[in-house]
Design a protein around this ligand. Structure first.
Ligand code: PLP
Length: 452
């Protein structure tokens, strides 16, 4: 657990064994939560909303991700990027784990302060800030914030001259899912001038920050960014600034790319900012913590049968005894009660490809069962999956195959739905963007921290 990591007694082997065990417990708990919910609905007579899409969140997964972070980047303190998923319980657990928070707006800062988090654990990591928000953070004592241009420096000099400033530099984010350097970051040509201006305005520059792009895939982007940050530390020294903190931003994925990515970053930090320099290292991970902790379940609300590329009328189809349509090699369009304007906003904004699995079909719940996962077989039935709005763009999956016949009332589930999903869901077409979250916790350590 966390203490073993803190006192250095956790061995990699023990960690991996604990991880495998935790994942098994998690599967069981998530499956039970999904099953209980969908089996409790009376599909014939339920009220509107009872069969709405819902999440199951495993806080134990967040805890495991934190252990993984501590093992791989022990010198780097995470400041969770709230924008990624501002779920209250998730934030509470992270606060209890001792992380800081990267906030982008007044509302995010308010939410974190409301939990009793000290303002020193917040960085307002938005290089282009709203005037009134700067006044707000000055009142609240949130001192750390980023900047990347001269106008912003003059704004801060006027509204919050005591702020602790991080100069955000440009990175090569060309291999990331979501590029941020198109919009933010000072090039190395401009950093010297900005530091000179900050000095002239009497401002307090305390560090450098960067972000290699959200969903980064090229570890060398971190190496180059650390090298550039090192140059800016030296430039700052020439203006009399003794910079104390390097913020390496976000971009880390929760999949198997994390270890190699963290390995390159760790080596770069050890080379350019070794421990003896006393420079504090922080980061702003978002999706790394949130993505794999949330599973989304969606109900099939309608189905259209397709034969030879066109919709089938009732007279063309033969009904089987149970009333289902049996069309030989037909394919189906299934419509679920969540889509691109809802929690699948990640398809548009975050370039994700969520993969459907069957939760319930033909009155049978089959979470994580072999048959529901045998989806690639050529002889299986082809489906496309669509959201509930009127817009043709609202398609979740163009083509997927399952052995099961799916029909209205059946359920699909999607894993890894915690990052950039519900935070950017709209109410387009009158569909609610407030969905139940059922919390489970597959790690006793996390339960203890939450007092559960
Ligand atoms: N920090 C800043 C300034 C960001 O803009 C973002 C994402 O857009 C993040 C951190 C979180 O990035 P990620 O979720 O890729 O870790």
């Amino acid at each position: 657990n966390l203490n073993n990591i803190k006192n250095g007694s956790l061995k990699q082997d023990d960690y991996l064994r604990g991880l495998a065990n935790g994942k098994l417990v998690a599967k069981q708990m998530i499956g039970d939560a999904l099953r209980q919910r969908v089996e409790s609905i009376d599909y014939e007579f339920c009220e509107p909303g009872d069969e709405d899409t819902f999440f199951v969140a495993d806080l134990g997964e967040v805890y495991r991700q934190h252990l993984r972070w501590k093992l791989n980047l022990p010198r780097v303190k995470p400041f969770y990027a709230v924008k990624c998923n501002p779920d209250d319980r998730l934030l509470q657990l992270l606060a209890a784990l001792g992380t800081g928070f990267d906030c982008a707006s007044k509302a995010e800062i308010e939410q974190v302060l409301r939990m009793g988090v000290d303002p020193s654990r917040i960085i307002y990591a938005q290089p282009c800030k709203t005037n009134s928000y700067v006044r707000y953070v000055a009142q609240q004592g949130v001192r750390q914030m980023t900047f990347d241009n001269a106008d912003e420096l003059r704004k801060i000099a006027r509204l919050y001259p005591d702020a602790e400033l991080f100069l955000r530099i440009l990175t090569d984010d060309s291999s990331s899912l979501c590029r941020l350097s198109l919009k933010f970051g000072a090039s190395l040509d401009s950093t010297d001038g900005l530091l000179g201006l900050a000095r002239q305005l009497g401002l307090n520059v305390v560090g450098v920050s960067f972000h290699v792009g959200s969903g980064a895939s090229d570890p060398t982007a971190f190496l180059k960014a650390v090298q550039d940050a090192h140059i800016v530390f030296q430039q700052a020294a020439a203006y009399g600034y003794n910079l104390k903190t390097l913020d390496v931003g976000g971009g880390f994925c929760s999949d198997e790319t994390f270890e190699p990515m963290a390995g390159v970053l760790r080596a770069a930090l050890d080379e350019y900012f070794p421990a003896h320099t006393g420079v504090n290292l922080i980061a702003e991970p978002g999706r790394y913590y949130a993505s794999s902790a949330f599973t989304l379940a969606c109900n099939i609300i309608a189905r259209r049968t397709i034969q030879d590329g066109s919709a089938v009328s009732v007279s063309d189809s033969s009904m089987s005894d149970d009333g289902s349509v049996n069309n030989g090699d037909a394919s189906y369009m299934v419509y679920v009660n969540d889509g691109l304007y809802g929690n699948f906003s990640s398809i548009m904004f975050d370039h994700q490809h969520p993969v459907a699995k069957i939760l319930r079909a033909g009155g049978r719940t089959m979470y994580n069962s072999v048959s529901a996962l045998e989806s690639s077989a050529e002889d299986a039935i082809e489906y496309s999956i669509w959201g509930p709005t009127c817009d043709g763009i609202d398609r979740i999956t163009e083509s997927i195959r399952f052995r099961e016949i799916l029909d209205v009332g059946d359920w699909l589930y999607f894993e890894d739905m915690g990052a950039y999903t519900k935070c950017s869901a709209t109410t387009f077409n009158g569909f609610s963007n407030e969905h139940d979250v059922i919390y489970v916790c597959s790690e006793p350590g996390a339960m203890a921290l939450l007092g559960l």
